[in-house]
Design a protein around this ligand. Structure first.
Ligand code: ACO
Length: 352
């Protein structure tokens, strides 16, 4: 069975789309995150595959990752992060009119994972939908939610990035099993809040769609005994090429944001890149000539949690007390698709 759709490949990477207009009147009113309690350490992985703590830490900066309990599905993680974000926003689940769940690992393909989250949360007045954009999923969902708030079609939108990536990780493949972990992060957005959205842009380069893939389980290669036997329901990754494209794409997306806003790198207090690999965040920081202390690169205890990585990192930054009024924060993501996204916020320090 062919994996290709038959489309001609573009010869070169397309340039980024023209910068969009500045978003006004949309803010984050609360953030939250949740990590399951059990861990998989590098030493644990060394028992399963031919690897070492030293190799993993040097190549990725990761020391351990969290793993969901057997009875926890993605929505069970998501609901904890959602409740924390709602508490900070001083809203109840009934105040929400839209729930967006960004995930590549929904509880079930049908119904959408967001329906499970909607149920656990009791968001009785909200519609719920999933967005699938892999590691860029949270920012794709924030972009969508922000657009709907700005258009005054929704008032209080909960956006959650949540993953149980360990359920699609092949623990006999040393090149991928070292990378991924489970977790959830959330943000409540509306017209009022303390992090004002200044810029939002999303993009896709489908010429790289085979670089990060779960080949089977969809309509292109339906589940069968052979696909299970061939481990084709696990995440496969061409690590070196993904690394190269991640650095190049996130740098370009960040620069496009600065150009659009008429800002310089020195106007940013914080750069929060997708938390995939410490070497990737360091490489992006060095492209921008940013000192390490202004770049959030803290995946040592979580690994790559895909759509959950940015809201977890943002919540950690917010909770650390290091975020000061007036700080501008750039979030930039990259993931399977290939997808990328960038948002810039300003901390107005004024809660709703
Ligand atoms: N332990 C020891 N050796 C290993 C391991 C391991 N865990 N994994 C691979 N190796 C070996 C390889 O077999 C290879 O050996 P060889 O030279 O004898 O053939 C050697 O190490 C080098 O392998 P590379 O894959 O070239 O190693 P690299 O330095 O590129 O690091 C890594 C691999 C960590 C995966 C890196 O490429 C990476 O982080 N890529 C980006 C992955 C990522 O962050 N993706 C984000 C998106 S994922 C998503 O969207 C869900």
């Amino acid at each position: 069975m062919t994996q290709r759709s038959g489309c001609e490949e573009p010869a070169v990477l397309p340039p980024p789309s023209p910068p969009p207009a500045r978003f006004l009147g949309v803010s984050i009113a609360g953030v939250g995150s949740y990590l399951p309690t059990s861990t998989i350490t590098n030493a644990d992985l060394g028992q399963r595959v031919d690897t070492s703590d030293e190799w993993i830490v040097t190549r990725t900066g990761i020391r351990e990752r969290r793993i969901a309990a057997p009875d926890q599905a993605t929505s069970d993680l998501a609901v904890h992060a959602a409740r924390e974000a709602l508490a900070q926003a001083r809203l109840s689940p009934a105040d929400l009119d839209l729930v967006i769940l960004a995930t590549a690992t929904p509880d079930t393909p049908v119904p959408p994972g967001s329906a499970w989250l909607h149920r656990h949360l009791g968001a009785v007045n909200a519609a719920a939908m999933d967005i699938s954009a892999a590691c860029s999923g949270f920012l794709f969902a924030m972009h969508t939610g922000a657009g709907l708030v700005r258009a005054e079609m929704h008032r209080n939108v909960l956006v959650v990035g949540a993953e149980t990536l360990t359920r699609i990780t092949d623990y006999t493949d040393r090149a991928t099993c070292i990378l991924f972990g489970d977790g959830a992060g959330a943000a409540v957005i509306g017209q009022k809040g303390y992090l004002e959205l200044l810029y939002s842009h999303i993009g896709t380069d489908s010429s790289g769609r085979d670089l990060i893939t779960v080949p089977a389980g969809g309509s292109r290669e339906p589940a069968s005994a052979a696909t299970v036997e061939g481990k084709r329901h696990f995440l496969q990754l061409q690590g070196r090429e993904v690394f190269r494209r991640a650095v190049e794409t996130m740098t370009r997306a960040g620069q496009a944001a600065l150009d659009s806003l008429g800002m310089k790198v020195s106007d940013l207090a914080w750069l929060v890149p997708h938390q995939a690999n410490l070497r990737i965040t360091q490489a992006v920081a060095s492209q921008f000539d940013l000192p390490p202390e202004r770049v959030v690169g803290d995946m040592s205890g979580t690994g790559n949690t895909s759509a959950a990585s940015l809201p977890i990192a943002l919540n950690r930054l917010q909770g650390s007390g290091r975020l000061k009024p007036g700080d501008r924060i750039m979030l930039v993501a990259f993931g399977a698709g290939l997808t990328w996204a960038c948002q810039v916020y300003e901390n107005t320090g004024v809660p709703r």
